[in-house]
Write a protein that binds this ligand. Structure first.
Ligand SMILES: Cc1cc2nc3c(=O)[nH]c(=O)nc-3n(C[C@H](O)[C@H](O)[C@H](O)COP(=O)(O)O)c2cc1C
Length: 394
């Protein structure tokens, strides 16, 4: 049985996001939120094969993130075949094929969501990934495929350094999945699902927008519900995706569309805790709504501790020269804080963990004085006063 079948339904996972769901982000999300499954950022198959050194960053992970699925994209079936071996050799729990990216640099080459226009190529790619996983499982050696064993070794060492453990590699058939959209320039979800179902991936994750929409408009959950109808009784899991802001949204969309699960993307940015509510959603769905799904308030102190931990992880693993990549995360963590805009404008200029720490100290002092009870003033509002009296960072 593959790991997807062992996750209690509905599956509530972290959606892949290029430039966001790197190993530091996934580590923090797994530790503070605990999604059912995480995906790597998408990785181009040509780059993975010809410039593997650059991919150590993309394909490293910690044990806490499991189950972890490596996402790959491209347009050449033979490259997918080879890179499926790399994914297996690195111990991932699954391999996902991106057929949903709308970016020009991806789709113009016939990769990502452009594959929706080319069903026969899409099918060949799925078939070659299957074959790659199968051949690896049956013992095919990487050197036969001209795969640089040095890259595998370096990535394994990076993983061991990060987690302190290295899982003994066991040759096993890992599940193949596809993440896609409901169409290219118009909704063709029924036909497209039929095509994909014929190749029997373990899971299809469906973002309820066309390539043409990019990220505009609203995700079309009615089309996702129609995809559920098409895939019913196929044994293939369908995950819906798009615009889920919180666990109440997740509950509502799953009950209406009857998907097997969902992936959350942007709502997890700076918000690893969003996944904490997943058990309530599962309970509520199994008891027909008899459980309340209240978002758990995250205290400022907890938010800033996670922000610091994330910054330290990032600095330690990617180095100071890359810290600029952490700034967007810092900005996301500021959402909902008092004087968020001011804090955010400072955060996006920071260059190391020390500066993050100083910035938070100054911020804590300034909001503590702002919310300090004035002499003979009426009692302050309890939430604000408790915020000011607790140390935000220690
Ligand atoms: C910055 C960014 C990067 C993304 N990168 C990927 C990617 O590498 N692979 C992928 O399948 N989808 C990618 N997506 C799409 C998301 O996984 C998801 O389908 C989309 O954001 C809709 O879900 P949401 O509304 O929960 O964010 C990306 C989205 C964003 C915003």
């Amino acid at each position: 049985m593959n790991f997807w079948q062992t996750i209690p339904k509905p599956i509530i996972g972290l959606s892949p996001m290029d430039g966001v769901t790197d190993a530091s982000f996934r580590f923090i999300t797994a530790k503070h939120g605990g999604p059912d499954v995480v995906f790597t950022e998408f990785v181009n198959v040509e780059t993975a094969f010809f410039a593997p050194d650059t991919l150590i960053k993309d394909f490293t992970y910690s044990e806490i993130e499991r189950p972890i699925v490596a996402q790959i994209y491209g347009h050449t079936p033979e490259m997918f075949y080879k890179v499926a071996h790399i994914v297996c050799e690195l111990g991932f729990d699954g391999v996902d094929i991106n057929m949903g990216c709308p970016a020009k640099k991806v789709a113009a080459k016939g990769s990502g969501a452009a594959l929706i226009l080319n069903p026969s190529l899409a099918r060949s790619i799925i078939q070659r990934v299957y074959q790659g996983v199968k051949d690896w499982c049956e013992g095919q050696s990487l050197s036969d495929l001209n795969i640089d064993p040095g890259f595998i070794q370096k990535t394994r060492i990076a993983n061991r350094l990060r987690t302190g453990v290295e899982r003994p590699l066991r040759r096993r058939l890992i599940p193949v999945s596809v993440k896609t959209r409901i169409g290219y320039d118009q909704v063709v979800v029924e036909e497209w699902m039929q095509t994909l179902l014929e190749e029997k991936p373990s899971v299809i994750s469906l973002h309820g927008r066309t390539l043409k929409q990019g990220y505009k408009g609203s995700a079309d959950w009615e089309s996702i519900a129609r995809a559920v109808d098409v895939s019913r009784n196929s044994g293939i899991l369908l995950l819906g995706n798009g615009d889920l802001q919180d666990m109440q949204d997740v509950y509502r969309r799953i009950s209406q569309s009857k998907v097997d699960g969902v992936l959350l993307g942007r709502s997890a940015q700076g918000n690893p805790w969003i996944f904490r509510g997943k058990e309530e959603v599962k309970r509520a769905l199994s008891s027909n709504g008899g459980v309340s799904i209240d978002p758990m308030p995250i205290r400022l102190e907890e938010r800033f501790r996670a922000l610091l931990e994330h910054s330290s992880h990032f600095e330690k693993h990617w180095g100071l020269q890359c810290f600029v990549g952490m700034r967007k995360h810092l900005a996301w963590y500021c959402r909902g804080s008092p004087r968020a805009a001011e804090l955010r404008s400072q955060m996006v200029q920071l260059s190391n963990v020390g500066e993050v720490m100083d910035c938070l100290r100054n911020y804590a002092a300034s909001i503590a004085s702002e919310f300090q009870p004035k002499e003979r003033a009426p009692s302050p509002r309890p939430s604000r006063s408790s915020m000011a009296s607790e140390p935000l960072i220690s």
